[in-house]
Design a protein around this ligand. Structure first.
Ligand code: ZN
Length: 181
């Protein structure tokens, strides 16, 4: 959960990162940046700031701002009905992103917070710099760790059903609970 009063400052900070990437944001888009804490209530450690530019029943385009060393936890996009699952391409716009996918364990530069080792199983580390991109096949586990200055990442995908994503960590709740204060 996150307190309502925390959100504007997080949105502004995320907008600053996105603008550093040279991406134009309208003022009203700053207010639309979604702050996800994945139910872990430690948004600076596990979280993501996501602005959705377009989301239809067929495709979506977003920009994701990650704060320094912020982790977007391990997840996958499961099949839904006839759809084999969301296919997603990410492209780094600014900063350094450590991407973790299934494969040989090459985790070197990144880290997994203490006590969470068991719920980060994809440990094939790919260091991504601006201009680097990667496409996840449907169903493949992945997670992100931002470098020490943060990262800004484009995400292009087929139909988005975030609420149905699978997460390795059973403590995760995808829909952020906002507490009024
Ligand atoms: Zn994903």
């Amino acid at each position: 959960m996150i307190r309502r009063s925390q959100i504007p400052a997080i949105q502004r900070e995320a907008a600053d990162l996105i603008r550093k990437a040279g991406i134009v944001l309208r003022p009203e888009e700053v207010d639309r940046i979604a702050v996800a804490d994945f139910g872990l209530s430690q948004v600076r450690v596990f979280g993501a700031q996501i602005l959705t530019w377009v989301e239809t029943s067929r495709y979506g385009a977003k920009v994701i701002a990650l704060f320094p060393n912020q982790i977007l936890p391990e997840h996958w996009h499961p099949p839904v009905g006839d759809d084999p699952g969301k296919e997603e391409t990410i492209r780094v716009a600014w900063g350094v992103l450590y991407l973790y996918v299934e494969g040989p364990d090459t985790l070197r530069e990144g880290f997994i917070p203490k006590g969470k080792e068991g719920v980060f199983t994809a440990r094939h580390e790919i260091q991504m710099l601006p201009g680097d991109q990667y496409t996840f096949p449907p169903g493949a586990k992945h997670w992100f760790l931002a470098g020490k200055e943060g990262a800004v990442v484009y995400s292009f995908s087929s139909v988005v059903r975030d609420a149905l994503d699978g997460f390795t960590d059973p403590e995760i709740v995808r829909v952020t609970k906002i507490v009024e204060d």
